[in-house]
Write a protein that binds this ligand. Structure first.
Ligand code: WT7
Length: 654
């Protein structure tokens, strides 16, 4: 298992964690799921008759045609609601127009500079239909792929839904990714169109999205056209015949565009995520099962009600933004808050200002953000009226009990339950989480699997481990929102997820269950880092480093970090004759940021003459992790020669 040190710290804190927080009676009485008895009955019902259970739950959506069969499981390939037809956009928008919600606010948006926009469901419908017609005019048809590379502005959501409306598969690429990363993703998905903006705002600066797109397009041969939203008003060059302004295209587009009835298994989106090899994985999600999972878990886990104002702070470039800012909440007719920018712009209380301004009632964020808030100090939230909050959520990495308690006391004012939600890009929906009206919570535990989810902790052979003992977290049965494959690579999908441990879905997370059956997820067991709640492949960082002419070899590892969860430490061997220097460190950090994006900028670069390796030449990351974690004070130029001796000794022990 990776991060041996982080893990032992975790085990210790887990053992010390005895606090239990039961839901308040007033909360439970009004909740969708009101007690542990009710939860257990639902879970058992789903366990005994999964197809019957999911068929019942699928009624959360409107179907144009009912399915003939709930599940076809041909391991590792699943099909859900076979023969059923529906449209995700129709479910998120149109169906609300037939109800009182037509004038309900769908999106309360705030830009980083402070500009605001409000879209009712009626407005969202009109914008989506017009843009869907634009996509058709650009020549896109059902089954084509489009890349969305945008700031978090309403047009990004409109673009996603417009694709869904006409059966075009979207691939949202996080606006913080570089031109290189964008090109790779365009090529893997064979995207025909890129939708972007002139730029976006982040911490007062402009992210040059159009410039990055232009650069990416030099090596994205499948991309024919680019649609550009005017966001910052910067002067950006437009290539005639290829680039079009969004506002010009929609000016004459009809607001009438019937939603395409799509097969339940029609591909809704691809989302790229890091794996333990350099090549990002295109996680493919389809329509019916995904939307059932996202809508149902959004309703149950956030105990969502029509009067809620709900804010998930994730960017739409991550799966959290897909499932819990767009598809889940809009399918439920929820009022969603979207904020474009950084949490500390212009000051460290921006989030609390937004909570107060919109009277946010349900708030969903990441532990890395919570730890930043802690560091900035509680005087920032204390300046604001947070009494509208009734429920708090956490996602992205294990939340340490200290951050959990701070969130509970300072933000939730001991009034709001916390849902610590475990899931992945691949799972599409929340899998293990408290149900806030039912589950007594323990700080740091994501508690129990949701109804319909069969999770277990096992050893390498797939045998369940006793309670209290660590092992691999696996999912034993298919679920509707599961990924269907890795785009264009069925074999990699099979190998990565279904062959590591026979006949179960391998999450690559280490976990344990305590004596009460609570799940405690400890983190990744593969060579994937979790930096600020986002998966980063060590391989990808290493290949970025060795692409620099002065570098011959590199190894990237994580070091426990109080704010980001893991900080990125890179050990670098330089080409012969190259002198190590502070300036070169800086140059390499910027190089990685340029190749992958600012989130991958190494926190620390250490030069070394050699990397510790096993006899088969595999870099001994465990050793490097120990060094990265424990030896903060090693001199500027570390030599690992001694450690490689150590490595050989250790290897012999194994
Ligand atoms: C990995 C998935 C799911 C959206 C955000 C990240 C870690 C996620 C938790 C949690 C402990 C968690 C796991 C998982 N993780 N949520 N509540 N407790 N760990 O999506 O990039 O696909 O990463 O994030 O390690 O495997 P992702």
């Amino acid at each position: 298992m990776s991060a041996a040190t982080a893990e032992s710290v975790m085990i210790e804190s887990v053992l010390r964690e005895k606090r239990v927080f039961a839901p308040a009676a007033e909360f439970s009485q009004r909740a969708h799921i009101k007690s542990m008895d009710e939860y257990r009955a639902l879970w058992q019902r789903a366990y005994d008759d999964p197809e019957g259970f999911w068929a019942e739950q699928a009624a959360i959506l409107d179907w144009f045609r009912r399915w003939d069969k709930v599940l076809e499981w041909n391991e590792p390939f699943a099909k859900w609601f076979i023969g059923g037809q529906l449209n995700a956009c129709y479910n998120c928008v149109d169906r609300h127009l037939a109800t009182w919600r037509r004038n309900k606010v769908a999106i309360l948006w705030e830009g980083e500079p402070g500009d605001t926009r409000v879209l009712r469901y009626l407005d969202l419908h009109r914008e989506v239909c017009r843009f869907a017609n634009v996509l058709k005019q650009l020549g896109l048809t059902k089954g084509d792929r489009v890349t969305i590379y945008m700031p978090l502005i309403p047009e990004a959501v409109v673009a996603m839904l417009a694709c869904a409306r006409i059966g075009v598969t979207h691939s949202v690429v996080f606006g913080g990714f570089s031109a290189e990363a964008l090109a790779d993703r365009n090529n893997d998905a064979k995207a025909r169109v890129v939708i972007t903006a002139d730029g976006g705002y982040r911490r007062g600066k402009i992210v040059p999205l159009k410039a990055n797109t232009d650069q990416a397009l030099q090596r994205s041969p499948t991309v024919e056209k680019v649609v550009v939203v005017r966001r910052t008003g910067e002067n950006v060059p437009m290539t005639s015949g290829r680039d079009f302004w969004w506002h010009e295209l929609i000016a004459n587009a009809s607001p009438d565009c019937p939603p395409e009835p799509l097969d339940s298994e029609h591909p809704l989106f691809i989302l790229y995520t890091s794996g333990s090899t350099g090549k990002p994985k295109g996680v493919l999600h389809t329509t019916g099962g995904y939307l059932v999972g996202a809508a149902l878990t959004h309703k149950w886990v956030f105990d969502i009600r029509d009067e809620d104002t709900y804010w998930c702070t994730a960017d739409i470039g991550w799966v959290t933004g897909h499932s819990y800012s767009v598809y889940g909440p809009l399918a439920n007719g929820t009022t969603v808050v979207l904020y474009e920018g950084a949490p500390n712009h212009p000051r460290e209380d921006r989030f609390w200002e937004i909570v107060e301004r919109y009277r946010v009632s349900v708030f969903y964020t990441a532990p890395t953000a919570i730890r930043s808030f802690m560091r900035w100090g509680e005087h920032w939230p204390k300046q604001h009226d947070l009494s509208s909050l009734r429920l708090l959520g956490s996602v992205g990495e294990p939340i340490n009990p200290e951050a959990w308690m701070w969130y509970y006391e300072v933000i939730g004012q001991k009034r709001c339950p916390i849902v610590d939600t475990w899931w992945q890009t691949e799972t599409g929906m929340i899998m293990i989480s408290p149900l806030p009206g039912a589950t007594p919570t323990k700080p740091g535990s994501c508690t129990f699997p949701l109804p319909g989810v069969v999770a277990e902790i096992v050893d390498k052979q797939g045998r369940p481990v006793p309670r209290g003992q660590g092992g691999y977290l696996v999912i034993k049965r298919p679920w509707p929102a599961m990924l269907r494959t890795l785009y264009g690579d069925d074999e990699r999908y099979r190998k990565q997820y279904w062959e590591q441990i026979p006949h179960v879905y391998f999450t690559a997370d280490g976990a344990r269950q305590d004596e009460d059956g609570y799940f405690w997820v400890m983190g990744r067991v593969d060579d994937v880092l979790n930096v600020a709640g986002h998966r980063l492949s060590t391989m990808e960082v290493e290949s970025a480093l060795v692409s620099h002419p002065k570098v011959t070899e590199a190894a990237a590892v994580g070091r426990p970090d109080p704010i980001k969860g893991e900080a990125l430490v890179c050990f670098v061997t330089l080409a012969a004759g190259v002198q190590p220097s502070e300036a070169l460190k800086q140059e390499l950090r910027e190089h990685v940021a340029k190749e992958i994006g600012p989130i991958a900028r190494p926190d620390d670069i250490r030069f070394t003459d050699a990397l510790p390796k096993t006899r088969s030449g595999k870099i001994m990351r465990r050793l490097l992790r120990d060094i990265a974690a424990g030896r903060e004070t090693v001199g500027d130029i570390t030599t690992l020669e001694d450690y490689s001796v150590l490595a050989r000794l250790r290897e012999e022990e194994e």
